[in-house]
Design a binder for this molecule. Structure first.
Ligand code: CO
Length: 152
């Protein structure tokens, strides 16, 4: 019963009616483009959120095998390693190695006109630390990255 109620609550959050202010703050949308960019370069996660939902939209037109984008979150020092292993894992793995413990959250890979979402477990974030979100499509992280922090 409790499980059922929380599922209903989640749907209510996703809906457009009567959004509670707290819940609305626990989500953000990041656009990505055919110019290999995230249009949002910083994200602040309220510490009061249990989970923070990021919706990634690809507002371009290019297909995902050419200009694929995902949203991967890690510590800055782990970006290069995650990228290297993600490239080996390949497109079918969304360019993220299965079970990579350095990855805090990762979405699937999308192409132009598509969108996806990923949920960040806020308990894994520490106050005062910078985290990097990036696209792990080969070669994209140099341009496609931003900074995520836990808000005070
Ligand atoms: Co990309």
């Amino acid at each position: 019963m409790i499980r059922k109620l929380s599922a209903v609550a989640l749907f209510a959050v996703a809906g457009v009616f009567a959004l509670p202010a707290m819940a609305a703050d626990c989500a953000a949308t990041v656009d990505s483009t055919d110019a290999m960019q995230f249009t949002t370069k910083t994200l602040e996660v309220p510490a009061s959120c249990n989970e923070f939902k990021v919706t990634l939209k690809h507002v371009g037109k290019l297909p995902k095998n050419v200009m694929g984008h995902n949203f991967v979150l890690s510590k800055p020092a782990d970006v290069n390693g995650i990228n290297a292993d993600g490239m080996k894992a390949g497109a079918d793995a969304n360019y993220v190695k299965a079970g990579d413990s350095r990855v805090i959250a990762a979405s699937k890979l999308i192409g132009g006109g598509e969108s996806t979402s990923v949920t960040i477990p806020v308990a894994k974030l520490k106050a005062g630390e910078d985290y990097t979100y990036f696209c792990s499509f080969p070669g994209h992280a140099a341009l496609m990255k931003g900074t995520l922090t836990l808000a005070k």
